[in-house]
Ligand binder design. Structure first.
Ligand code: B1M
Length: 209
């Protein structure tokens, strides 16, 4: 019930209502993962469908995105295990030309939850910036997100730049249009379809667990 209300409030872009419902759900014992997956992410999926069909436009999508961000901020401490010492470092960012950051932020939270120190390079990140930050922070993982078919092609440059710089960091990729076959095509070290499996993949590649 409260999950449905969260979904509806998100679809309507009502951030304060989302915040209050998320708090209510947590207090009522609903897990952060359920709130995220069945409430916020499903609501955003519906927004995406309506956006695609031109039933809603960018302003409504932005309102929903703002509500999603505020909801996930509340979930953050619940998704991240408290007091875990960083086991490895990951530099994450949304690829050059792309400003979608909700999925990338979720990946960051899950990586933190898996014990990584996360360096968030932000949105519209060029290949050279990923390399510079990976060098500076001695990162084991470079995580790249793309939400547009027109920007996912820029991920190839990140893989090439990381290899050209001689870094040992593993490049992992993800985002709605990205697939395992695209990952194989550009020679990235791994692909995952969601934030939770991105953290598992990063742990396996960086730490062998
Ligand atoms: Co945009 N947008 N958008 N948008 N937007 C999409 C992506 C789109 C599919 C909508 C549609 O047409 N149905 C479409 C892309 C079509 C395509 O390329 N095939 C689209 C478009 C066209 C555009 C614009 C071009 C629209 C315009 O201006 N005409 C424009 C592009 C701007 C730009 O980037 N240069 C644009 C703008 C925007 C807003 C600014 C309005 C807003 C972004 C706000 C923000 O991010 N701060 C927005 C939004 C919100 C969306 C939708 C509706 C939702 C995206 C989202 O946040 N989903 C989206 C439709 C959709 O995806 N259904 C859409 C929730 C999020 C949790 O999922 O990011 O997929 P996602 O992350 C997932 C997985 O993909 C994975 O983990 C997450 C879940 O656990 N994952 C990774 C993500 N990164 C990963 C990295 C990993 C591993 C897994 O390893 C490193």
């Amino acid at each position: 019930m409260v999950i449905e209300q969260i979904r509806e409030a998100l679809i309507k872009g009502r951030a304060p209502e989302v915040v209050s419902l998320v708090n209510q759900a947590l207090q009522g014992g609903v897990t952060a993962a359920e709130i995220l997956n069945d409430g916020l992410c499903q609501g955003m999926g519906i927004i995406g469908e309506r956006f695609k069909k031109n039933e809603i436009f960018v302003p409504q999508v932005l309102l929903a995105a703002r509500a999603m961000k505020q909801g996930t901020q509340i979930l953050k401490p619940h998704l991240i295990a408290a007091g875990v010492q960083p086991k490895a470092t990951a530099v994450i960012g949304t690829i050059q030309g792309d400003l979608h950051d909700i999925g990338k932020n979720l990946v960051g939270m899950m990586l933190e939850g898996a014990g990584f120190k996360v360096v968030d390079a932000g949105i519209g990140v060029a290949a050279e910036t990923f390399v510079k930050l990976a060098q500076e922070h001695r990162a084991q993982i470079v995580g790249v997100s793309a939400l547009l078919t027109t920007t996912m092609v820029n991920m190839r440059a990140v893989v090439e730049a990381v290899r050209a710089a001689g870094l040992a960091a593993k490049v992992i990729i993800g985002g709605a249009p990205v697939t395992q076959s695209f990952c194989d095509e550009i020679g990235a070290d791994g692909y995952s379809p969601d934030a939770a499996s991105a953290a598992q993949l990063a742990s396996r590649l960086a730490l062998g667990v």
